[in-house]
Write a protein that binds this ligand. Structure first.
Ligand code: FUB
Ligand code: ZN
Length: 641
């Protein structure tokens, strides 16, 4: 059921991460690790693998290691991450390093503005001949995002000017006008980047081009058929079988079911939300709303991972959420954050913040090791002990994606409007907001996500009236709220997952929000057959898991949780500063199933199963932190009696 109003209500604008200073227990150390370890390590890998040198245009036919069709996107995402990092932490060496890469990019730009290291060197006569498979516009999109981020972080227009020229070339090449190609990219990304470029430059034609790409997608006759014929290929032999793989089977406004490749879907939906926001396009917004329900109510992992299948790196059927074989690509969860953040800005509906928070604390950051130097591409919810992070991948989309998300995580925390301010996420630090043209500071003191108490100080430059919305997360069943020490009847003030406090705020005003954060069992919808009879454990926004290293007595599948007793009564929680970078660990008791002898049997009778079980101590650690100690098994979903 759609909850979107009949007109688009644009109340919220995100508060830029440059206005949000974090000194919290959770994100601040990650941002620092990202800056000190991840961004340099990724640059080194880009250098070592030839991605940086590809812009020197020295590769010749017959040389080894030809520039790959989407190497440019890795450089784009790296520059974006590095620029976000610069924006909050000035670093002359990093600034200079980015400048050297930009100089190479400038030199690689062709006289007509075209810019792609693969096509310029490896297939110079085949430009724009295979939009379906070859990522040209996708690479352009990531370079545009990089250019906008770099411009915003440094004020330098060096990269922006390059990408404007390239965007102009793209604009002259694609469109409905006579003589232009009516194509669109097989991997969405250019669309959302053009909306960013429009914002950075004020040039309406970039927004128009984004709209063209979105509106043209999925129209018949299919461009990809025509393009295949022009190449001499049979479109019926498309390796992915049909265009739902890239969400191009039907016009996007008509799409109601999430299909195909998960990262592509997320980037498309981001652009649809962007365009709806810019142009008031209700059709696009209502398509987003339906797609959101299809995804988040029937296809999303508990961790915010999405896309269960490796074969299409994406979606299958409703409720198909296997744990061990989950693909759940890091990039897809990052894309889910991007999309939900955009949808959140329309009406401030907490359901989007809930999904965003779920992915932020679980299925995205599981993609990077605690030292920031090893990465998961796939984020399964169970492991037999063979799945481990790696320093890099041939297809290296995930490492720089998680880096850009972490470097800009402050962006997801607050919104501002003409009459209201919103706090979506809790993290210690302070933010500068502007509400109706008036400035204020919001300070949070908290140990979230390890503790549910948040103390706020609200400091407007001058006293003024506005509504302050504080999110009550979906996982929280009970909370208490005091303003200046006086309890507030918050039930009457709660709308769409937020409590709204209306008053004339003045310097020195304080708020105490206490979110009850017990350990909870979670069960899956009965249609998720793979999880029947299993529970997961969650505390606050954090999903927990069992790791083999804490349970050497038996394989994890022999461990059974006692779901007949509330989780809060059986698990204690304790912050352990020296474990896994500082985490709350849960401890309790489960049971060990008896060891049965399965020689020569497929089924057997076992009377009085429960009497044969023996108690076993359980230790649960945050899912995102798994595989950072001795390698071994992992389970999120635990068997029950
Ligand atoms: O195709 C470019 C990127 O590589 C995609 O976003 C990922 O899923 C991986 O296939
Ligand atoms: Zn990826």
């Amino acid at each position: 059921m759609s909850t979107i109003n009949s007109t688009i209500n644009k109340q919220l604008t995100p508060v830029s991460f440059t206005e949000v200073k974090l000194d919290d227990v959770f994100w601040a150390p990650r941002i620092e690790t990202n800056r000190l370890n991840t961004i340099p390590a990724e640059y080194k890998m880009c250098e070592d693998t030839g991605r940086v040198a590809a812009f020197d245009l020295k590769w010749k036919q017959g040389d080894p290691n030809p520039p790959h069709i989407f190497w440019d996107s890795d450089i784009g995402k790296w520059i974006e991450a590095a620029s976000y990092s610069l924006a909050t932490h000035p670093d002359p060496a990093l600034d200079a390093l980015i400048d050297t890469v930009i100089a190479k990019i400038a030199a690689a730009q062709q006289p007509d503005g075209y810019l792609n290291t693969h096509y310029t060197q490896v297939e110079p006569h085949a430009r724009w001949s295979n939009l379906r498979d070859c990522h040209e516009l996708y690479c352009a999109g990531h370079l545009i995002e990089a250019a906008v981020a770099h411009y915003q972080a440094t004020g330098k227009s060096s990269l922006l000017n390059i990408l404007r020229r390239y965007a102009d070339t793209i604009d002259q090449t694609f469109g409905v006008e006579e003589g232009k190609k009516r194509g669109y990219c097989g991997h969405e990304e250019i669309e959302l980047s053009l909306v960013k470029l429009y914002h950075a430059t004020g040039e309406q034609r970039y927004l128009n081009l984004a709209k063209y790409f979105i509106d043209e997608r999925g129209c018949q006759p299919y461009y990809y058929d025509q393009e295949a014929h022009a190449r001499g290929d049979d479109p019926a032999k498309f390796w992915a079988l049909n265009y739902s793989y890239m969400q191009a089977h039907t016009p996007v406004r008509e799409q109601r079911e999430v299909t195909g490749h998960a990262v592509r879907a997320m980037y498309l939906y981001c652009a649809m939300a962007d365009l709806a926001n810019e142009t008031g396009d209700l059709e696009l917004l209502s398509a987003c709303e339906s797609l959101w329900e299809d995804l988040c109510l029937k296809r999303m992992y508990l961790t915010g991972g999405i896309g269960p299948s490796a074969s299409n790196e994406g979606f299958t059927t409703h409720y198909d959420l296997p744990d061990l074989t989950a693909y759940a690509e890091t990039c897809a969860a990052v894309g889910l954050v991007f999309w939900n953040h955009r949808l959140l800005q329309f009406e401030g509906n907490g359901k989007y913040a809930d999904v965003m928070e779920k992915a932020l604390y679980n299925g995205t950051i599981s993609g990077v090791s605690l030292d920031g130097q090893r990465f998961f591409y796939e984020n399964p919810l169970a492991s037999t002990g063979k799945h481990h992070r790696k320093g890099w991948f041939d297809c290296a989309c995930c490492p720089p994606n998680i880096a850009r998300m972490i470097a800009s995580v402050g962006e997801y925390m607050y919104s501002q409007g003409d009459e209201d301010a919103w706090v979506h996420l809790y993290a210690q630090g302070q933010a500068r907001l502007t509400v109706g043209g008036k400035k204020l500071t919001v300070q949070q003191q908290t140990r979230y996500p390890w503790d549910g108490t948040v103390d706020f100080k609200i400091t407007p430059e001058q006293a003024f009236a506005f509504g302050l919305h504080l999110r009550i997360p979906g996982w929280c069943q009970r909370f208490e709220l005091c303003v200046n020490g006086t309890p507030v009847d918050s039930a009457s003030l709660s709308v769409n997952g937020y409590v709204k406090i209306n008053r004339v705020w003045q310097a020195g005003d304080s708020i105490k929000l206490v979110l009850d954060m017990p350990v909870q069992f979670v069960v899956a919808h009965p249609n998720v057959q793979q999880m029947a009879g299993r529970v997961a454990v969650q505390r606050g926004p954090v999903i927990y898991c069992l790791e083999g290293v804490d349970h050497i007595q038996a394989p994890l599948d022999d461990i059974v949780a006692r779901a007949d007793v509330p989780a809060s009564d059986q698990f204690t929680h304790e912050f352990q500063p020296d474990l896994l970078g500082g985490v709350v660990v849960l401890r309790g008791k489960g049971m060990l199933s008896p060891k049965l002898n399965w020689d020569n049997s497929l089924y057997q009778f076992i009377p009085h199963l429960s009497q044969q079980q023996t108690p076993v101590p359980l230790t649960l650690v945050p899912y995102y932190a798994w595989d950072n100690r001795a390698p071994g098994e992992m389970r999120v979903w635990i068997r029950t009696l």
